[in-house]
Design a protein around this ligand. Structure first.
Ligand code: ARG
Length: 473
């Protein structure tokens, strides 16, 4: 064979080996095997197959409505898509890295099944608006699961808060005993954090519920498409208003990851408290054995692994947020391949958040309180000192003077190793003649918590009220 012929035949061979029929037309050599794997996303974006098929159904129906697709073609495509979906769900579908992503895998299989009608499906759309649609649909569904799971955790918190509305424990500032609080009140603080978290997810979900379909590659399409129709078909609230923006921005994914990061930061704080409370030094609570593990070397150990792990997972969730922010930073309009990198941090966030919520929602209702230890801890550290000061103010001492009087009483208590409530009336009266027998009503832990009887206060009555309001909501 002559050299020229050799080259021609090599070239022919290469052309015939171009595997990607979707865009192979202008290429004269086959994609490098490594590059093919490097640029593929099908390994992870196949989890959006349902959304991709739903998007194709809506798009095909719209093309038929505007008479770009015949009734027969539409029927063939819809039947074909059903078949593809069944194949995927029964594990018969063969995903191919050579076909790059979920969109081209499904389209190629559809075409293999139904022929030319399958090839007509991609009229007036692009993978760019397709992927932007798929992610929104996927995230919208996952957010609903996440909100459900947050609500299940909140439900558990409410049950424990109600049960422990009267349980007294020390409240802390600077992790130093500050004032007595009820455990129910403490848990209701968690409830409030989660309430805002759920509303953040919901808020983001509504903002992202806009259909990018029809933006096509970046500029729209020359077909007389009906974007309101596809938006409605897919349950979006409206079509998006700018095609360039629709295919390029991933702010909705960033927003989701930011809501997730705030949620996990909250959960890491709850975790930290569970870890501290279940330590031998605090010994306020016991976590059920099924949520703990032992040590392979120290037989006595029972480790609070679940809260520790949730605390740790906050790191990757924060990391995922930073990944997406950095991914988006400085990207020029419109679509760039960079955006393919949005999926792994996003999916990891979904999985991690759902896992953490599930573990917490299962675990929290099973927290066992050690009431005596909590109570005794609240008795240490002069937690009712503020109550004594308030008492003196009610007896018309200016607050700054009252503060001074109590400071002196505390100093005596420290010296003698006694709580304020353990000093005698005579001893207390040394510091102020305003102190009378009724002082002990406020120096007791029960008196202290009961007196904080207003909206948002720690009194058991208020905790029960807060629980009741939350249950109604
Ligand atoms: N797999 C791609 C992604 O996840 C789909 C869009 C690709 N579009 C393109 N023109 N290369 O973003």
């Amino acid at each position: 064979m002559k050299a020229a012929e050799q080259i021609m035949s090599d070239k022919k061979q290469k052309i015939s080996k171009v595997k990607n029929a979707s865009w192979g037309g202008r290429f004269s050599e086959q994609t490098d095997a490594f590059v093919e794997a490097f640029t593929a996303s099908v390994q992870f974006d196949q989890r959006m197959y349902k959304q991709d098929i739903a998007g194709s159904r809506a798009h095909a129906k719209m093309l038929n409505k505007i008479a770009v697709l015949s009734d027969t073609d539409l029927d063939t495509i819809l039947k074909g898509l059903d078949k593809v979906e069944t194949e995927i769900e029964t594990g018969q579908f063969e995903w191919s890295v050579a076909l790059e992503d979920v969109h081209m895998n499904i389209e190629a299989r559809l075409t293999a099944l139904v022929g030319d009608a399958g090839k007509r499906l991609h009229t007036g759309r692009s993978r760019n608006d397709q992927v932007a649609t798929d992610i929104r649909l996927y995230l919208r569904e996952q957010i609903a699961y996440i909100i459900n799971e947050i609500e299940r955790l909140q439900q558990g918190i409410l049950d424990v808060a109600e049960r422990e509305a009267e349980t007294i424990m020390p409240g802390f500032t600077h992790l130093q005993v500050a004032q007595p609080v009820t455990f129910g009140h403490h848990l209701m603080a968690w409830y409030e954090m989660l309430k805002r978290d759920a509303s953040r997810f919901d808020d983001g979900s509504q903002r992202m519920n806009i259909s990018p379909l029809g933006a096509a590659a970046l500029a729209g399409t020359s077909y007389p498409i009906d974007r309101a129709f596809t938006a409605r078909e897919l349950g979006f609230s409206a079509p998006s208003q700018n095609s360039l923006d629709s295919v390029s921005d991933r702010d909705f994914a960033i927003e989701f990851c930011s809501s997730a990061a705030i949620l996990l930061v909250h959960m890491s704080r709850m975790s930290e408290e569970l870890v501290i409370w279940s330590s031998a030094q605090f010994d306020f609570i016991e976590l059920p054995d099924r949520f703990c593990t032992g040590s392979s070397i120290m037989p006595q150990k029972k480790n609070p692994d679940v809260p520790e792990l949730v605390r740790g997972k906050t790191g990757r969730i924060n990391g995922n947020l930073i990944s997406l922010l950095t991914l988006m930073k400085s990207q020029p309009l419109a679509y760039n391949k960079d955006n393919q990198e949005d999926k792994e941090p996003l999916f990891d966030t979904v999985d991690t958040v759902l896992g953490c919520l599930r573990a917490f929602a299962d675990m929290v209702p099973a927290i066992h309180c050690k009431h005596d230890n909590m109570y005794n801890a609240a008795k240490q550290g002069f937690s009712t000192a503020t109550d004594l000061a308030d008492y003196l103010v009610r007896k018309s001492l200016p607050f700054r003077d009252a503060h001074e009087v109590v400071g002196n009483a505390v100093a005596k208590g420290v010296k003698e190793g006694k709580d304020l409530s353990e000093l005698t009336l005579e001893e207390l009266q040394q510091f102020s003649d305003k102190i009378e027998g009724d002082v002990f009503d406020v120096l007791t832990l029960e008196g202290s918590v009961a007196s904080r009887d207003h909206t948002g206060g720690t009194a058991p009555v208020q905790v029960r009220k807060a629980v009741a309001i939350a249950r109604k909501a």
